[in-house]
Unconditional design. Structure first.
Length: 354
C-alpha cells in the first residue's frame, strides 16, 4: 500500500493510473480537489478496489494520522501543491498554506507515526517529495544545466514555497531521521494537464479559435518532459534512491516557448486543420510579460541516469504529438474542466461527499 497526495491533479493522476496499470499494490489517494484536482482524471480506476480516494487536505494532521494508522503505507509520495506560477503572482497565500504549512503538517503526521513503527517497517518506509527545477532560479543562455548542487534561488512565490517545502523535507531527514527522497523535475506535459498551463492552453485556444498568448518575446526556455517519464523516474527513485538524497529529473529537451507554440500549431494544422485552410500560427498574440519571468530552466539529469539507470522513453517530438492527439481525442474532458461542469459531474457521479 502506498499513500499518494495530490493524485487527482495532472502528474498525480498520471502516476496513480500508471502505478495501477503496472502492478497490484493499492493506492490511497488523498486530494483536496482544488480547482486543479479532478476526479474525472481517475475515471479509469473508478470502482477499482485497489484505489481508495480520500477527499482531504495534506495539512489536516488528524486525517493524515488516521490514514497512516489505518493503512500502514510503505511509502508516501507527495504531489499535493498549488502549482501555477501565474496564480502565485496574483495570490501567494494558498501557496504558503499548502506548499509550506501543508507539507510541514504532513511531515509532522508522518514523523509521529513513523516513530512508532517496528524496525522492519521503518527500514522499508520512504517519503518521496515531488518538487520542481524552479527552486534553482533562472539560468543565463550559456549556463550549464541545473544539477543537484546548484544553489536555491527561487524567484516566484510558487518556487519560493516549493523551495521551503524541500528544505523542510531535508531537515526532517537530518534532524529526525525520516527516510526521505526528493525529486526536482523540469516542466511536464501530457494527458490531463489543466488547460491554464502553456501547452494545453495553446491546444485548447487554437481549437476554440482564440488567441494564443505568448508572454514577452517568447524566447524564454523551458526543459520539457513527458509526464509518464516523470512518473517512471519517481518509481525508480522510490525503488532505488539513497535516503536523504535529491534527484533532478529532466529529458534534455530545452525549447523556447515560441518554438513550442509553433510545433503545436504545425501538429494541429496536420491533425485538425482549420476550416479556412489558414495555419493556427495566425492566432499567435504577443502579450505583456509575466512579472519576474524566469528566462531559462534546464535540468542535468546525469545523477538519476548514472546511479539509477533511468532514461525517458519519449523525445519531445514523440511526446508532444501524443499529447496533441490526446487532447483531440478527449475534447469532452477539456470541455468539462473548462466549463466548470466537471464539478457537476463530481456531484452526479460521487454524491455530496465527492
Ligand atoms: P496540479 O496543480 O495539476 O495538481 C495538484 C493537485 O494537488 C490537485 O489535484 C489538487 O487538488 C491537490 N491539492 C492542492 N492542495 C492540496 C492540499 N492542501 N491537500 C491535498 N491536495 C491538494 O499540479 P501538478 O502539475 O500535477 O504538480 C504536482 C506536483 O509536481 C507539485 O508538487 C508540483 O510542484 C510538482 N511539479 C510539477 C511540474 C509541472 O510541470 N507540472 C514540474 C515539476 C514538479
Ligand atoms: P507554464 O506552463 O505556466 O509553466 P512555468 O511557468 O511553471 O514554467 O508556462 C510555461 C512557459 O510559457 C513560461 O515561460 C510562461 C509561458 N507562457 C506563455 O508565454 N503564455 C501563456 O499563456 C502561459 C500560460 C505561459
Amino acid at each position: 500500500m502506498i499513500l499518494v497526495t495530490g493524485g487527482a491533479g495532472f502528474i498525480g493522476s498520471n502516476f496513480v493510473l500508471d502505478w495501477l496499470a503496472q502492478g497490484n499494490e493499492p493506492v490511497i489517494n488523498l486530494d483536496a480537489l482544488t480547482y486543479a484536482g479532478n476526479r474525472e482524471n481517475l475515471a479509469a480506476v473508478d470502482g477499482d478496489p485497489r484505489h481508495i480516494f480520500v477527499h482531504g487536505d495534506i495539512g489536516d494532521f488528524e486525517l493524515v494520522s488516521r490514514l497512516l494508522a489505518e493503512h500502514q503505507p510503505r511509502a508516501v509520495i507527495n504531489f499535493a501543491a498549488e502549482s501555477h506560477v501565474d496564480r502565485s503572482i496574483h495570490g501567494p497565500e494558498d501557496f504558503i498554506q499548502t506548499n509550506i504549512v501543508g507539507t510541514f503538517r504532513l511531515l509532522e503526521a508522518v514523523r509521529a507515526w513513523y516513530g512508532q513503527l517496528a524496525p522492519e517497517a521503518k527500514n522499508a518506509f520512504r517519503l518521496l517529495h515531488v518538487s520542481t527545477d524552479e527552486v534553482y532560479g533562472s539560468l543565463a543562455k550559456d549556463d550549464p544545466a541545473f544539477n543537484e548542487n546548484n544553489r536555491y534561488e527561487p524567484n516566484s512565490p510558487y518556487s519560493a514555497s516549493k523551495a521551503a517545502s524541500d528544505h523542510l523535507v531535508r531537515a526532517y531527514h537530518h534532524t529526525y531521521g525520516l527516510p526521505v527522497l526528493t525529486t526536482n523535475c523540469s516542466n511536464n506535459y501530457g494527458p490531463y494537464h489543466f488547460p491554464e498551463k502553456l501547452i494545453p492552453l495553446v491546444i485548447h485556444n487554437a481549437l476554440a479559435g482564440k488567441p494564443l498568448p505568448i508572454y514577452g518575446d517568447g524566447q524564454q526556455i523551458r526543459d520539457w518532459l513527458y509526464v509518464k517519464d516523470h512518473c517512471s523516474a519517481i518509481r525508480r527513485v522510490l525503488e532505488g534512491g539513497k535516503l536523504g538524497e535529491v534527484y533532478n529529473v529532466g529529458g534534455w529537451n530545452e525549447k523556447a516557448n515560441l518554438d513550442v507554440v509553433h510545433t503545436l500549431c504545425a501538429i494541429l494544422d496536420e491533425l485538425s486543420p482549420r476550416a479556412d485552410g489558414q495555419s493556427y500560427r495566425t492566432q499567435i498574440t504577443f502579450v505583456t510579460d509575466r512579472p519576474g519571468h524566469d528566462r531559462r530552466y534546464a535540468i542535468d539529469a546525469t545523477k538519476l541516469e548514472r546511479e539509477l539507470g533511468w532514461k525517458p522513453a519519449e523525445t519531445f517530438e514523440t511526446g508532444i504529438r501524443k499529447t496533441v492527439q490526446w487532447y483531440l481525442d478527449n475534447q469532452a474532458w477539456v470541455n468539462n474542466v473548462t466549463s466548470g461542469a466537471y464539478r457537476d459531474w463530481l456531484g452526479k457521479q460521487y454524491g455530496a461527499n465527492a
